[in-house]
Design a protein around this ligand. Structure first.
Ligand SMILES: [Fe+2]
Ligand SMILES: [Fe+2]
Length: 269
């Protein structure tokens, strides 16, 4: 069964540093990789990991080098799009050898899994926390939508279009996402949008498009929906999301959020 694992918002920093003096994001990614590797024999074939942005916290070459060093232990190939904490050209330089990295323009790609395809789109607007799709990103999207001709499609972005109920995060969403949704609404096949950025597991339906946000490997954004809420992170357990194509009468893409906490031996029942 074609499958991939979404890893998001790893926020890697230089060795020995913590994000906000509180979150050991480097240790969290190491723990995530150990957990994924341990689970792989039980999961069957997984084609790759898709990293949906905020690979690093500050977008420096040192941080990308550290990200690569940690990811080298993952027993899967990986592919990535940038988030608002990344720096496009530094990321391009750091991963120039990866076959999915374009030599210029937005960092975007199409990966065909057979029964479905994933289109990774670059929503990074340099210097801003919110996201935007550029004219070249829309041109790429339009070209791929014609080629895919109704094949079940997942659009992967860092910034979600869907609001999640946390005021500051909703202000920093994909601001021109309506133009993306309009295209997906008119696409002839089933569509889903998967994102990161919110560091929480959030699911919603917007028109005919299923929207999903994956939890992060490290901290979460604290859910405080009051207007006066202070924007905060919470040291909740990290997770990744497994996407698998189910065959047969229930054919379609299923997802499962995998905890990264160490689990004892499963108990038969
Ligand atoms: Fe993030
Ligand atoms: Fe983000």
């Amino acid at each position: 069964m074609p499958a991939f694992i979404q890893i998001t918002d790893t926020h890697i920093v230089e060795k020995g540093r913590l994000v906000c003096d509180a979150s050991d994001t480097n240790a969290a990614l190491r723990k995530a990789i150990l957990s994924i590797n341990n689970r792989l024999p039980a999961l069957g074939q997984i084609d790759c990991a898709i990293v949906t942005g905020d690979l690093t916290d500050n977008g420096t070459l040192e941080e990308y080098a550290h990200f690569s060093e940690i990811m080298a232990d993952l027993d899967l190939p990986w592919i990535a799009i940038p988030g608002n904490h990344d720096h496009r050209e530094t990321m391009r330089t750091a991963f120039a050898q990866q076959d999915w990295m374009p030599s210029s323009g937005p960092i975007q790609w199409l990966r065909d899994f057979g029964p479905f395809a994933v289109l990774g789109l670059d929503t990074l607007l340099e210097g801003a926390h919110h996201g935007e799709l550029s004219a070249p990103a829309f041109a790429f999207l339009d070209e791929q939508l014609i080629k895919l001709a109704g094949k079940p499609l997942i659009v992967a972005t860092h910034h979600p279009w869907m609001h999640c109920g946390i005021t500051e995060m909703d202000a920093d969403n994909l601001r021109n996402g309506a133009k993306l949704m309009e295209r997906l609404e008119h696409y002839s096949g089933p569509t889903r949008m998967i994102s990161g950025h919110v560091h929480r597991a959030v699911t919603g339906q917007i028109g005919s498009v299923l929207c999903q946000i994956s939890p992060s490997t490290c901290h979460s954004v604290h859910r405080d929906q009051r207007k006066e809420a202070i924007h905060s992170l919470a040291l909740e357990p990290g997770a990744v999301t497994l996407f698998t194509w189910a065959r047969g009468a229930q054919s379609g893409l299923i997802s499962d959020i995998l905890s990264l906490e160490k689990i004892d031996h499963p108990v038969p029942f």
